[in-house]
Design a protein around this ligand. Structure first.
Ligand code: IPM
Ligand code: SF4
Length: 467
């Protein structure tokens, strides 16, 4: 029977059926300090061990400072969380990349760059943006803390099969348009709950043309459309990325590639839903509201509640405009920003920093803007410094920070004040996400850098071909 990529990976991991659900074997379990403490406490309460410490990898990312390597730099609460992770990893023989370690990073940046994520794997983490890893043709999704405990104890997880959605993006991206713009345009089209109950497969010539970093940006935001996971079939781009990475297959790489090549949806496989987009039509995207589906092209007018037919959407637009302090009908290029955040598991990779630096080198950060660049991992930071990107940023007036989640959600001290307005390369623009009363606009790294220089939203294409 014809199968989708999702079905192939799912079916290959079923080890039992329980009450109509499947028990899946989990190949990789990533953990961080926020969602693991109760899971370990649960294990200890039941006197259970971690079944496969060798398949479990930990990093510190959410609660850490981006200015200091000290674990207590962001207060005793954060320090306790971080030390608890350290103790749990020591007690159970789990590899941990702590603050200051050369392999530390945001869990969804560090995992792929070490080659820990490979096509056909099942990958879980107590974190909703685990969908990122689907860029490798892995089935990767976020789980809750009780499920983290279950995976730690058994290396398995009970799952029912989701519906499948094919999102086909064909054509060629215009200059200056990035993966972030594609995924925001997708969410704009289907809505922030448009893929609820589905696993998305992204396909089409525009997706195939993307680097692994860009594919990760797309899959990362699947959850922002409500999807359980997002996947992209592995191809030569994937194999080239993996070759030579620390945890990738070594002498058996060719044999692995042979299997990986079978991981694509069969041509006659059927999907429960199919969505088509044309890459050529995609403009630089900026969110205007308080969910990622409330997004427009930078030169489009901000919609008013009346432009929606659905009454729930009308009300949501009304609330969003009020929270965001915006007028329907205005264009975002008239809106000034106070802050710019470049980083996160969506856009904190080397390619993102290169794109932002290519704009930053055109001038200075506006006097009314505070702009920070937070590499997604220690490896990204090293690479950026080797390329001199840090110098470009600091000379332009950006702050160059230590790797971590940072202002994406402000679990450390990188928090915005009420009514601060931030052009952010992260993935969530909910009320209060970056600080109580703060206003978040999601954009690509180049668009964020352009906003930093001009002090307001600007079409990045104004910077011309030189970027
Ligand atoms: C802290 C963690 C549980 C959370 C998530 O699951 O996504 C965080 O990473 C986020 O982005 O909001
Ligand atoms: S960078 Fe943001 S979205 Fe990603 S894991 Fe950290 S807090 Fe979550």
């Amino acid at each position: 029977m014809a199968k989708t990529l999702y079905e192939k990976v799912f079916d290959a991991h079923v080890i039992d059926t329980i009450d109509g659900d499947s028990l899946l074997y989990i190949d990789r379990h990533l953990i961080h300090e926020v969602t693991s403490p109760q899971a370990f406490a649960g294990l200890e309460g039941k006197q259970r061990k971690v079944r496969r410490p060798d398949r479990t990898i930990a990093t510190m990312d959410h609660s850490i400072s981006t200015r200091s390597l000290a674990l207590d730099a962001c207060g005793p609460q954060n320090a306790l969380q971080l030390k608890t992770l350290q103790q749990n990893c020591e007690a159970h023989g789990i590899r941990l990349f702590p603050v200051g370690h050369q392999k530390q990073g945001i869990v969804h940046v560090m995992g792929p760059e070490l080659g820990l994520i490979q096509p056909g794997m099942t990958v879980v983490c107590g974190d909703s943006h685990t969908a990122t890893h689907g860029a490798f043709g892995a089935l990767a999704f976020g789980i809750g803390t009780s499920q983290v405990e279950h995976v730690l104890a058994t290396q398995t997880l009970k799952q029912s099969k989701a519906k499948s959605m094919l999102i086909q993006v064909d054509g060629t991206l215009s200059q200056g348009i990035t993966a972030k713009d594609i995924v925001l345009a997708i969410i704009g089209k289907i809505g922030h709950a448009g893929a609820t109950g589905y696993v998305i497969e992204y396909a089409g010539s525009a997706i195939e043309s993307l680097s692994m970093e860009s594919r990760m940006t797309i899959c990362n935001m699947s959850i922002e459309a409500g999807a359980k996971a997002g996947m992209i079939a592995p191809d030569q781009v994937t194999f080239d990325y993996l070759k030579g990475r620390e945890y990738a297959p070594d002498s058996d790489f060719d044999a692995a590639c042979e299997y990986w090549q079978s991981l694509h949806s069969d041509s006659d496989a059927s999907f429960d839903a199919v969505i088509n987009l044309h890459a050529d039509d995609i403009q630089p995207q900026v969110t205007w509201g308080t969910n990622p589906g409330q997004v427009i092209g930078v030169s489009e007018p901000i919609p008013g509640p009346d432009s929606f037919t659905d009454t729930v959407e009308q009300e949501s637009a009304r609330k969003a405009l009020s929270y965001m302090g915006l007028q329907a009908g205005a264009t975002l290029d008239a809106v000034s920003v106070s802050h710019v955040f470049i980083g996160s598991c969506t856009n904190g990779r080397i390619e993102d920093l290169r794109a932002a630096a290519s704009i930053a080198r055109h001038g200075k950060v506006d006097n009314n803007v505070t702009a920070i660049v937070v590499p997604g991992s220690a490896a990204v930071k090293r690479q950026a410094e080797a390329e001199g990107l840090d110098k470009i940023f600091t000379e332009s007036g950006f702050e160059w920070r230590l790797p971590g989640c940072s202002m994406c959600l402000g679990m450390n001290d990188d928090i915005l004040g009420a009514q601060d307005r931030c052009a952010s390369t992260s993935n969530r623009n909910f009320e209060g996400r970056q600080g109580r009363g703060a206003r978040t606009h999601l954009v690509s790294p180049a668009m964020a850098a352009a906003a930093a220089l001009r002090g307001r939203f600007t079409d990045v294409r104004e910077f011309g071909e030189s970027q």
